[in-house]
Design a protein around this ligand. Structure first.
Ligand code: ADP
Ligand code: G6P
Length: 736
């Protein structure tokens, strides 16, 4: 049976060896806690790192380790201490983590860590390749494994691969500082589907794809050679029922069964009934804004001194990545801050901050969530922040206030919480005051909405949505009306061609026979193309026409002496057998003086764009502009032109990074039909790559073989993926 292979650096459990005994402790962090619930249905295998280095695993315990992991549906990738150092503490957590969280100053760009990251990613990919059978679905997780999708794809082009990033994807301005930015993007593009928590991360990623790799992106599809990669946002949910039910069970516990922590919390509540508990729970990470939060707390107590001795802040920080210097410094900073604030403000009966630096068992988390009146989470950047969702889920009577940083991904879905900017102390102090004062009725109104949403879009729904989208992507080809010209279809086509008595072929030039060039004049034919066209031109009973939007001067220079038939400027001019160009269509050009200045004003305002003046049309090229900006300007120009040309018989053609304005009664379809109707052809073939070729596909008779180059939407019957495929096909026409 087909299975899902989940692959991430962290497994659901971390192994520790204590005096020869293996302990499995639950992993913390959003990825592990969230995916654990998805994984528990037994249909998946989870591959990852056990938390122990190869050196720490004695040979005799290897089998037991595997057994311990198998109990959690997991299997390990073995990493040496040096690999953990370069890959995990190094590139993952000293380069990518700070960079993607906008802590540019913490990012280190070390070639040796990058090399280890690559090697270790290969190890993970190999582990997948060993386990994956046909029809399995591979789901790769997070920033530690961004090269894995491509590494798997290389060996298994057929397999379905999804990737989900659990942290933010930064803006292009930040991402482009990474020395290995192309490699990372190409690594991710091995996937069929790439998921992010929010639309902003998705938008940033697509922008980097366009600007760094220059790939074509249409809505949220990326076109890479013969593949389409889908990008989408899936905000991760939590296991709502698990948290909600645990809170209910917790309430029903008799006093003597309560935990020590709960009893301590109760004692404090009972001694000061109007006291309020503020809670924050995070991994000890600079992205979580813990130090800022402590300073803001002090600010609050000074601004609203009436809450001294009434309010307590409980900070639970779980140790994280303690080999990374920034985390060690942060630990010291927080220890000192807590010490200083408590030292300065504490009274005999009141300690303003309770600070726990440890991982707590699930039951204790529930104690805290259910006992605290306010959850206060202030990340400076956070991919999602599941703690915010967990807190709300445990509020069974719907009381409690969530104060959440706008910079957390979860803020997008939690509008009913009190959103704050973690850098604005004034706002934070006022918001805590507001939260303390908030009437129960309002708390319940806000939380009911939040709970409903969390219950509906829980982690299971999140995973199902991702999986559905991934399988849809795999089965997607049929959405393209055009069929790929497979080997079989090509063979049929060739035999039809051979059997025909009088054949007509229309070949577009740019993007079909030759690649694009930043300067259109430089995209001249290469020797191989001349040879191919010579051979085609010599074919008996076959009329071959180059059909292009190019001007007659350029084509004349390239092809006239070769005596190829040519239709240029979309159908204004015709040249056959080396004769001079004659007009195929009578067209006006008086409109040009009105439109040219408009185009020129766009050139002035759009660096890299230029106007090409043809005999009967004007073209604004924007291939060399910033892709996002060029696209934006193109839509702007489109609007301007539409209102300007409303009364003229003109049309605007949106080509591949070019907009062309020309007379409406000129197009390739009309031109092709003029040729077609001259004889009785029994085989008609037309091939092209852009919008202007769609006129041919549309107008030629139903029996014509029409082929689109690339996978954009088309009226053509078939498609091919690349110029190389086109040349291969055409050269088969020339063979006996
Ligand atoms: P991140 O993934 O950056 O760590 P999230 O808030 O998304 O942040 O996820 C943190 C997860 O780790 C939550 O599911 C939370 O319950 C768990 N967690 C955080 N702190 C602790 C702790 N001290 N003990 C146990 N679990 C914790
Ligand atoms: C974040 C990351 C996870 C990571 C977790 C804990 O949630 O997105 O990939 O597992 O933090 O960090 P750690 O370094 O302990 O795995």
């Amino acid at each position: 049976m087909a299975k899902t292979i989940i692959i991430s650096n962290r497994l659901p459990v971390q192994l520790q060896i204590d005096n020869g005994t293996i302990n499995a402790i639950p992993s913390v962090g959003g990825l592990a806690t969230g995916m654990k619930s998805v994984h528990s249905d037994g249909q998946s295998l989870w591959i990852g790192w056990s938390g122990l280095t190869e050196e720490e695993i004695p040979e005799e315990l290897e089998g037991e380790i595997d057994k311990a992991l198998a109990e959690h549906g997991s299997s390990k990738v073995k990493l040496t201490a040096a690999e953990v150092d370069g890959f995990y503490y190094g590139f993952s957590n000293r380069t990518i983590w700070p960079l993607f969280h906008y802590f540019l100053e913490y990012s280190e760009f070390e070639l040796s860590s990058w090399n280890t990251y690559r090697e270790v990613n290969q190890k993970f990919a190999d582990a997948i390749l060993k386990e994956a059978s046909e029809d399995d679905i591979i789901w790769v997780h997070d920033y530690q494994l961004m090269l894995v999708p491509q590494m798997v794809r290389e060996k298994r082009p057929d397999i379905s691969i999804g990737f989900f990033l659990h942290i933010p994807f930064p803006s292009y301005e930040i991402f482009r500082t990474l020395p290995w930015r192309e490699e990372v993007l190409l690594g991710l593009l091995g996937s069929d589907l790439i998921g992010f928590h929010t639309y902003d991360y998705e938008r940033h990623f697509l922008s980097s794809i366009r600007r760094i790799l220059g790939l074509e992106v249409s809505f949220n599809d990326i076109y890479l050679e013969s593949r389409i990669i889908k990008v989408d946002s899936f905000p991760m949910g939590i296991d709502y029922a698990k948290f909600h039910n645990a809170a209910k069970d917790h309430e029903a516990l008799p006093k003597n069964k309560q935990s020590d922590l709960q009893r301590r919390l109760n004692t404090h509540k009972e001694s000061t009934p109007d006291a309020k508990f503020l809670l924050s729970i995070d991994r000890l990470d600079y992205s979580k804004g813990i130090a800022k939060r402590l300073n803001a707390y002090e600010y609050f107590l000074n601004k609203y001194p009436q809450y001294k001795e009434k309010v307590r802040l409980i900070i639970l920080a779980v140790p994280s990545r303690s080999n990374v210097p920034q985390y060690q410094l942060l630990k010291r900073e927080i220890d000192e801050l807590v010490g200083r604030i408590n030292g300065e403000l504490a009274t005999v009966s009141w300690t303003p901050i309770w600070y726990f630096y440890r991982s707590l068992p699930f039951d204790n988390l529930i104690d805290l969530y259910t006992s605290c009146d306010i959850a206060w989470l202030t990340p400076i950047r956070d991919g999602m922040n599941l703690v915010a969702k967990e807190y709300i889920a445990t509020r069974t009577d719907k009381t409690g206030v969530l104060i959440l940083s706008e910079m957390a991904g979860s803020a997008n879905e939690m509008n009913e919480s009190l959103l704050i900017n973690p850098n604005n102390f004034e706002q934070i102090a006022d918001t805590i005051h507001r939260a303390i004062q908030m009437p129960e009725k309002e708390q319940k109104e806000r939380n009911s909405v939040l709970q409903k949403r969390l219950e509906r879009y829980n982690v299971e729904k999140w995973a199902n949505d991702f999986m559905r989208s991934l399988t849809e992507q795999r089965d997607k080809d049929p959405t393209y009306v055009a069929q790929r010209l497979s080997v079989d279809l090509t063979n049929t086509l060739i035999s039809e061609y051979r059997e025909a008595e009088h054949r007509l072929l229309f070949l577009d030039y740019d993007g079909t026979l030759a690649g694009f060039h930043n300067d259109p004049q430089k995209a001249s034919p290469d020797a191989e193309l001349y040879k191919l066209l010579d051979d085609m031109n010599a074919l008996p009973n076959t009329d071959v026409f180059l059909i292009s939007g190019r001007d007659k001067e350029t084509f004349g220079k390239w092809f006239l002496k070769k005596k190829y038939n040519m239709i240029v400027e979309h159908g204004v001019w015709l040249s056959e057998g080396g004769n001079d160009f004659t007009m195929l269509e009578n067209v006006k050009k008086d409109w040009m003086e009105k439109i040219l200045p408009v185009l020129e004003s766009f050139v002035d305002r759009t660096p890299g764009s230029f106007v090409e003046e043809k005999n009967y049309s004007l073209a604004w090229h924007y291939r060399n502009t910033d892709p996002d900006f060029g696209q934006k300007r193109a839509s702007e120009l489109n609007t301007v032109l539409r209102s300007l040309i409303a009364n003229d018989d003109l049309s605007v053609l949106n080509g591949n990074k070019v907009m062309e304005i020309k007379s409406s009664n000129v197009n390739k379809g009309r031109a092709a039909m003029r040729i077609f109707t001259r004889h009785d052809y029994d085989f008609v073939f037309a091939i092209g790559d852009d919008w202007t070729d769609e006129f041919m596909f549309q107008e030629l008779p139903e029996t014509a073989v029409t082929v689109k180059v690339g996978r954009q939407k088309t009226q053509a019957k078939f498609y091919l993926d690349s110029i190389k495929n086109v040349r291969d096909l055409l050269s088969r026409f020339t063979k006996k």
